[in-house]
Ligand binder design. Structure first.
Ligand code: FDA
Length: 320
């Protein structure tokens, strides 16, 4: 956890950022995690995943917007993504499950961030843009997931998503097991029968809001995943932690929870062997496919999860 926080702090320094952005040396690593700069490049990456029967959530990289014009532009990109996604043959062929029937999730959906929709400019700006995205998803019946960001946004994200859910929109969010509050949020989402992606959490948070110890985060992740698998609605278990995945598969088998009632999610470029293996064993596996030119913050969070990757960068920086 110490290495993670050190990496996140140093990655935030401007000279480090400009070196990593400029240097050709990091391109292969960036390419491993990011599907391309443009929507069309990312759809090429999606094609090969769909061909291997993997499901996808497409993510347009970018974080906080600082003006209404920027927030509206991000919203327009989300709407364009939904339009393009609706043209993909697998999406066109997708028949949404009948109410009360066995659940069958869409092959390709999108993930968005409320700070991209303008959350720093006020809840009203973010809500307006979020709703426009949800309305754009309606004709194809597609699902829109709201990613979870740092803890200063958690309550507002939970509130806006809950409101949209109560109004019947096809949406859901992400909960982070490292936060002390998450058991309560899990219960709220169980009550709402919302689709939750459960993750460990990727931001730098103080001990007042998040567990500093990895063992506590892992423990909470397992507990909350089990609760969502038993009582929630089609949860997404988002982790590359093989030991935890094995434990949750065994839990589902013991509790007679059919694999069609949940999915595993992993990030593009990470543990491809595990992604394919689970798929071959008959589990639903969805890959989070990020694209766009604003890749730096996403990239640094991935480095922080895997200090070996960051060490590679540091060594290269010192070699000049
Ligand atoms: P953990 O970090 O314990 O790693 C377990 C093992 O996975 C490692 O030993 C290694 O083998 C492998 N691994 C993990 N990360 C790796 C990397 N970067 N490179 C190479 N190998 C790696 N977070 C958040 O705060 N808000 C969000 O909305 C999301 N959304 C999201 C979507 C999806 C689909 C996933 C999979 C993850 C997220 N996350 C997220 C990120 C999440 O919070 C967490 O930081 C990462 O998933 C890493 O944690 P793991 O659960 O994989 O376990």
């Amino acid at each position: 956890m110490l290495a993670r926080s050190l990496i996140l702090r140093s990655a935030g320094l401007k000279p480090v950022e400009s070196t990593v952005r400029r240097s050709r040396l990091f391109r292969p690593l960036v390419k491993r995690f990011i599907a391309g700069d443009t929507l069309s490049e990312s759809l090429d990456a999606c094609r090969s995943l769909l061909d291997r029967s993997l499901k996808i959530t497409l993510d347009y990289l970018g974080e906080n917007t600082h003006s209404e014009a920027e927030a509206n532009a991000a919203k327009d990109t989300f709407v364009d993504m939904l339009d393009e996604v609706a043209r993909v043959p697998e999406v066109r062929a997708f028949v949404p499950p009948p109410a009360g029937g066995p659940f069958n999730s869409e092959p390709l959906n999108i993930s968005i961030k409320l700070t991209q929709c303008g959350l720093d400019l006020g809840n009203d700006v973010a809500e307006r843009n979020y709703r426009q995205v949800l309305d754009a998803a309606k004709p194809s019946g597609n699902f829109v997931r709201v990613d979870m960001e740092s803890s200063e946004y958690t309550q507002r994200t939970v509130d806006l998503v809950s409101k949209a859910l109560r109004e019947g929109y096809n949406t859901g969010t992400v909960l982070q097991s490292y936060l002390h509050r998450t058991d309560d949020d899990v219960e709220l989402m169980v009550q709402l029968q919302a689709r939750v992606r459960i993750v460990k959490g990727a931001y730098l948070e103080p001990a007042s809001v998040a567990y500093p110890e990895k063992s506590k985060v892992d423990e909470a992740f397992v507990r909350q995943s089990k609760r969502l698998m038993s009582a929630g609605f089609y949860p997404a278990i988002a982790t590359h932690d093989e030991k935890i995945i094995e434990e949750l598969k065994a839990y589902a088998a013991a509790e007679k929870i059919d694999p069609s009632r949940y999915e595993f999610q992993m990030l593009y470029g990470i543990r491809r062997d595990l992604q394919e293996g689970l798929r071959k064993d008959g589990y639903n596996v969805r890959i989070y496919v990020p694209f766009g030119s604003q890749w730096y913050p996403y990239f640094t969070r991935r480095l922080a999860e895997r200090p070996a990757n960051a060490l590679f960068i540091l060594r290269s920086l010192f070699k000049g």
